[in-house]
Write a protein that binds this ligand. Structure first.
Ligand SMILES: Cc1cc2nc3c(=O)[nH]c(=O)nc-3n(C[C@H](O)[C@H](O)[C@H](O)COP(=O)(O)OP(=O)(O)OC[C@H]3O[C@@H](n4cnc5c(N)ncnc54)[C@H](O)[C@@H]3O)c2cc1C
Length: 310
């Protein structure tokens, strides 16, 4: 372990982490970014991003992240391509360990994001970005006049389905049970939407299509009968899992779904530990909101350091 005490360590290298690094580097905090073994975050898994401001023709997700990384490196942020394996926030300086190194730091920004939950079907993965999505706000626009299937029975499934009816000709919600977890009001709104149809008590067993999605194969749980629902879009709306286990273990407050709960602006319950992006934001989940929060967390960390300068 080196005995250098960093001013700021940022964990995660999606839009939140890299924007935090950009602001912190330009504020001369010399941030160290623990970028993870899959650097760049969720946008590395997509193709066209059409709603990040500044790109009138859109931009490929991996290109956008590569640009962010270059911009951050230009201002001297140091990138470590390893995962944070454990953290110790019990006293100053904080400790952040990767598999091979340990870093000491006065402040930390947690920007480890969240992953969409999937059913785990092989074709669901193969057709990701080719009709398979987990984000209606991001991808709904690509399904103008098309038929789509939404998987799930909670509020987010109802919300995604309602949103998708702005573009899609038809939306079929497939839910594995007869009862819904969704709140009454969200369910009623979906039921009242003439473009939405429900198939309940049915399990999705395959996503069909060669180059792009052409249908979804389901099995009715009561009869065992199989059915193909024709669709060009498949939206998984069965929740997200935030990457917070190691922080919860270290005393960072998380809610019942594992999302970090900020206390004052971006600061967590541990003074000097800040949070940005999808790792706490289960509502907006957009690249631009994550980037905005990265900016805020860096400014908050800078203020904290100024106030605690010895
Ligand atoms: C397929 C897809 C398409 C999308 N399309 C759009 C779109 O068109 N427009 C839009 O605005 N949004 C889109 N989104 C949503 C957007 O990608 C997210 O809202 C955004 O990436 C969140 O940024 P973040 O920095 O908070 O987290 P993430 O992007 O999730 O990045 C978190 C990073 O932290 C890393 N990490 C996790 N744990 C550790 C650890 N222990 N140590 C080190 N690193 C760690 C992860 O590997 C990852 O690299 C899309 C998402 C997906 C999945």
């Amino acid at each position: 372990m080196s005995d250098t005490i960093h001013k700021l360590v940022i964990i995660g290298s999606g839009p939140a982490g890299l924007t935090a690094a950009l602001y912190a580097a330009r504020a001369e905090l010399a941030p160290l970014v623990i970028a993870g073994i899959s650097p760049g975050g969720q946008l590395m898994l997509t193709t066209e991003v059409e709603n990040f401001p500044g790109f009138p023709e859109g931009i490929q997700g991996p290109d956008l992240m590569q640009n962010m990384l270059k911009q951050v490196e230009r201002f001297g942020a140091v990138i470590v391509n390893e995962n944070a394996a454990s953290v110790d926030f019990s006293s100053q300086p904080f400790k952040v360990k990767t598999e091979t190194q340990e870093f000491l730091t006065k402040t930390v920004i947690i920007a480890t994001g969240a992953d969409a939950n999937w059913l785990g079907l092989p074709n669901e993965q193969r057709l990701r970005g080719k009709g398979v999505s987990a984000c209606a706000t991001c991808d709904g626009f690509f399904f103008k006049g098309k038929e789509v299937v939404v998987i799930g029975g909670g509020d987010s499934a109802m919300e995604e389905a309602n949103f998708l009816t702005k573009f899609a000709s038809h939306v079929t919600i497939v839910h594995r049970r007869e009862e819904f977890k969704a709140s009454k009001i969200m369910l009623a709104r979906a039921e009242a939407n003439p473009k939405i149809k429900f198939i309940v008590n049915a399990t999705v067993i395959d996503v069909l299509g060669e180059a792009t999605v052409s249908g979804v194969k389901i099995k009715h749980n009561d009869t065992g009968a199989e059915e193909i629902v024709e669709a060009q879009g498949y939206f998984a709306a069965i929740g997200h899992t935030p990457a917070t286990k190691l922080f919860a273990t270290a005393g960072v407050e998380v809610n019942s779904k594992g999302y970090i709960v900020p206390k004052v602006f971006t600061e967590t319950n541990i003074p000097g530990v800040f949070v940005a992006g999808d790792v706490h934001d289960h509502r907006y989940r957009q690249a631009v909101t994550a980037a905005g929060e990265g900016c805020k967390a860096a400014l908050d960390a800078e203020k904290f350091l100024a106030e605690h300068e010895q």
